[in-house]
Structures are given as C-alpha cells and as structure tokens.
Design a protein around this ligand. Structure first.
Ligand SMILES: [Zn+2]
Length: 568
C-alpha cells in the first residue's frame, strides 16, 4: 500500500521528492514483510487516539518490521512532535526513527492510502460508485451545493441550486453507515486539504484533478461539520468552468444600456479601482471575467490583463491567470501575488476577492499607479463598497475618494417566474399560503401606484419542473439585476456622512444611474420575476423611494417607461 505512494518516475506525486525511497523500499524490507503495512497514527491504527493536531502533522508507518516516521517540513522541531516521539517510543517499546520530511500533500497521501485500503472490498467500491454517481448527477443539473446530513438514525442528500434546497433525493437514500462511508470516500477522493479524516473535527478538502471531475466542473470544495449528537454534515460546493451566461458577451447578459455605457467608460479610462459587490453565488466573478475579456477584445488584444484568483474558477485565453501558492509565512497570498503582478507590468489586474486590509491596500496602491484594478467584495450593494473598505482598515479619506474608485457595481441573479404556472396577484387561489400573502401585502401601496402585471411563483408545472432540475418549482433560470455607479465627489461625501437615501437620490437624478431596485422593477412590473423573488434585490419601501426619485426627473419618466416596455 505504501509502495504505491512512492515516486514512480511519472512525476505525478512530486510532493514526495523529499522522501528517501531507499529508506523505505530496500530489497531487505521487501523480503521481510510478514505484517501488513499500517499507518499507526491514522484512524484505525494502533496509535490513532493521539491528539488530532499531532495527527495532522506527522505519520508513523510500519512496513513489515520497519518503522518510518514522516513529519511535515518545518514541524520536525516542534515541541508537541518531540513529546509524541517520546510517548510513541514508550507505547511501542522501540525507537522512533529519524523523521522523513514531507509536505501536506505527501502526508495526506500516506493517510488516505491507509484509509482506502481499510475500505477496500465491496463496501468501499460501492461507496466510491455512489460518490461518483452523486457528483455526476449534481454536475449534470448544475447544482451549487450537495448537502449530505448524517445523524445517528437518518441520512439524507439534498441539492441546493439557485439558493433553493431540494427535497431529500430518493435516489441517494442510504443508511447512516453508508452515509458515513460516503463522507470518507469523498475525503479520500480529494486531492488536497486536511491530511487525516477526523469525524469529530470540522474539516475541509478539495477535488481539483480534472480526471476525477465531470467535464463542466472546475473544482469541488468540501467542508464537513460535526453535528450535535454525533452526526456529520458534508457540503460539496461545485464550481463550474462555464457559468450560466459565460457563452455570451458582456452586452448579452441583461444589463441596461446605462449600465453598459458606464462599463465601457471604465474600460476607456482604464485606471482606478473597480469593485463588484454581491453575496456569494450571484455571478459577480462571471461579470468581472466577461468585462475583462470584452476589454481585451475591444483593444484587439493589445492590453495585458493579469488575474489572481484562489481557487481559479474560470480560464480564458484573453486573461493571464497566475498560479496561486500558499505563503510560508501564513500571510495573505493575494497581497504577495499582487506585488509580483505589478512587476509583470500589466494594464489591468483582476483580483478574485478583496478580503483583507493587505490586499485592499496593495490594490489601491496599484490603482494609484494608473492600473485598472478589478476586484469583488461580499457586500450587499454598490453603496456599501466604500464602507466595506473602511471596515477592512483602509483610511477613511481613501475609502471615500472618488479619484481612487472608478466604479462600484453590484448585482443579483434573480430566478425568473415560469410563465406557464405563475399566479397573477389579483386572482390568487383561496387556499393561498398566509405567510406568502403577508409579504404580498407589504407591496400593496406600491402596486396601487404603479401599473403593471404583477405575479407570484406558481405551484410548478410540466414546463418548469422539467427545466429546473433540483431547483424550486415555479421558477426558471435566473436574470441579472445590477447597478453600475461611477462615483463622484458628491456621492462619496453623502455616503461618508451616512446619508444613503440622499446618495441614492443623487445617483438616480444627477448621475443618471438606475439602482438595482429599479432594474429589478423592470422585471417585476412585466411579470418576469415574482414579488417574493424581488425581495432579494430591495425592500418594497426602498423601491418606492427610488421610483419617487425618478419621478422627480423631468422628462425622464417617459424614457424609463419606454425601457420597461422594451424589456417586456
Ligand atoms: Zn411552471
């Protein structure tokens, strides 16, 4: 079993370069193999009840009569490792050999090899087959998350797509024991992540090997969590190579003409900080990728865009994608890559996500040097972007500086109503859910003032059930709703003094910028999206205020009305 893990000359297991093959695979040891190979520190091994933190750093392996001791590079001098060596020597009644240094991947391979051989046989094969079927099924229906819950008595598998959770899938009904085996199979199947499976610890691991993944999947990120009462949950997040609208260009994803004008302006300026804010799974990185590709194509590939993403979720020939590596000092890898990028002299830089002060600061510095720096944030709306930078530690006068920021964008992907089973709000069935009715009532003052054909989600029909896969009945593929703001001094000043309502008014009236609420209203009033789905964009009150602001713009109401008609 261990021999399988040794360098084979294919270069595939490069992380084993620090391993000394001679020490393990001598002809002597090959002859003397009475006992089976065993990773003593892995689950099921004779020393497996050691502290989990130690099991993550080293592995003690018996091959035949020989003991080998593997330690993560850099950890060989650690105090807890020395203490473990002493106690293991005592427990086994023999000396622990000099450590062989391995990296995280190497240590993972040793432990997984042990776990796999323990699972060998019919049960193991069945479990792997079930895992493959689950991954294949999820990828075919473009599921975002597979959720497996295992308690002492039950287990269930559900798919989450477009933010809706499916019913438990009968096809993947299994006993809690089989569910536990499936989690182990997924852990062993992964190529990177925690090195020893530990059911009582929250763990993460990743499947990235293209040979293991369906053709449309880039990566599967897995996270386990121990549940109260001894159960476990596994969440597998699927990251697809091509997302919903990657086949089309920037002009075909459903942005309003005003949005496009503003984005083309940003491409022309080609400098400053451009931030897209949205919660996870609202397509913000897809928009950023399409924007980058569009910019490169518009300039006949005469500009160089360098991208830093972790993990890489999208590859395009127009964009130079840097490989990400872990930093040895534990610092933010984005910051270091950004400094490298600047020395590569690009025109524009795309940073997957701005998470820390170090990255934000380096991004702002790069923007000052005349580069266009594009990044994303987890913030609800465009107006929250400067505040978020300030919270990250960026100085206030920089965070609210219109010369630093060239553009703030925000977007949502909102599921469209199935046109075949949607329900008009003035003809709802008598037994309509009261909770849903309460929400519809919140829109009433607004709907009375603004004409339109308003609908809510229907019960589902042959059309949408077939198309939606694991999604919610009554809903279909998602529509893009966005706001693209080119901040000026007045807007920044209003936001800095927390006058957001006035800031929105200024945007709508002076900057000619439709808000997300208004963009969403186009779809709402034409029955493309439902009242409940609209709530993920803005509250009814917010929408009413934005509509009031637009009404103040002389001559513009008509224009707005005509775009709405065009959308229908
Ligand atoms: Zn339907």
């Amino acid at each position: 079993m261990i021999r399988r893990l040794l360098p084979s000359g294919t270069g595939r297991i490069s992380s084993f370069r620090e391993l000394t093959p001679v020490q393990i695979q001598t002809s002597a040891s090959r002859q003397a193999r009475p006992a089976k190979d065993e990773v003593l520190t892995a689950p099921g091994g004779s020393l497996h009840d050691i502290n989990p933190r130690i099991a993550e750093k080293c592995a003690l392996v018996r091959m035949g009569r020989r003991l080998s001791f593997f330690v993560l590079t850099g950890q060989q001098e650690a105090g807890d490792i020395s203490a473990f060596v002493a106690s293991a020597a005592l427990a086994l009644g023999e000396a622990i050999p000099v450590p062989i240094l391995v990296d995280q991947q190497g240590l993972r391979a040793i432990n997984v090899g042990q776990a796999e051989s323990r699972m060998a046989g019919r049960k193991g094969t069945e479990s792997r087959a079930r895992l493959n079927a689950l991954i294949g099924r999820a990828a075919a229906s473009l599921t975002n998350d597979v959720k497996l819950d295992r308690s002492a008595k039950h287990s269930m598998v559900r798919f989450q797509k477009n933010n809706f959770l499916s019913d438990p899938l009968d096809r993947f009904a299994m006993s809690p024991e089989d569910a536990e085996l499936l989690i182990t199979s997924a852990f062993n199947f992964a190529d990177a992540g925690d090195s020893v499976e530990q059911p009582t610890v929250d763990q993460k691991f990743t499947i990235t090997d293209p040979e293991k993944l369906p053709a449309n999947v880039q990566t599967i990120r897995c996270q386990t969590a121990a549940l109260e009462g001894g159960g476990r949950r596994l969440d597998m997040r699927f990251i697809y190579k091509a997302t919903e609208f990657s086949a089309s260009g920037l002009s075909q994803i459903g942005l309003l003409p005003d949005h496009l004008d503003h984005l083309y302006y940003v491409q022309t300026v080609g400098a400053g900080l451009f931030t897209i804010a949205a919660p996870t799974d609202n397509g913000k990185s897809t928009t950023l990728n399409l924007f980058s590709i569009d910019m490169v194509r518009a300039r006949q590939s005469r500009i160089d865009v360098i991208a830093i993403d972790d993990p890489v979720e999208f590859m395009a020939p127009e964009i130079c994608q840097l490989a990400m590596t872990e930093r040895l000092d534990g610092g933010d890898p984005f910051e270091q890559k950004l400094l490298t990028t600047l020395r590569l002299a690009p025109h524009a830089i795309k940073i997957g996500e701005c998470r820390t002060f170090a990255t934000a600061n380096a991004a702002i510095d790069a923007a000052y040097t005349g580069k266009l720096v594009m990044t994303t944030q987890h913030t609800a709306g465009a107006f929250g972007i400067p505040f978020r930078y300030e919270r990250m530690g960026v100085e206030r006068h920089v965070a609210y500086d219109p010369d630093t920021h060239v553009c703030w964008m925000s977007q949502r992907l909102v599921p469209a109503l199935c046109q075949h089973c949607r329900l008009p709000i003035d003809r709802l069935p008598v037994d309509f859910d009261r909770r849903r009715l309460a929400l519809i009532k919140a829109f009433r003052p607004l709907l009375e003032r603004h004409e339109g054909s308003y609908f809510v989600r229907g019960p589902g029909c042959g059309q949408c059930l077939l198309e939606a896969g694991a999604g919610m009945p009554g809903l279909r593929q998602r529509l893009l709703v966005a706001e693209v703001v080119l901040p000026d001094r007045t807007l920044c000043r209003l936001l800095e003094s927390q006058r957001e309502q006035e800031a929105r008014h200024h945007c709508l009236v002076a900057l000619n910028t439709p808000t997300m609420a208004l963009h969403g209203f186009h779809y709402l009033a034409s029955g493309a999206i439902g009242l409940e789905e609209f709530m993920s964009i803005a509250s009814p009150r917010q929408l009413a205020e934005d509509l009031r602001s637009v009404a103040e713009r002389p001559g513009d109401r008509q224009e707005f009305q005509s775009t709405r008609d065009a959308a229908e």
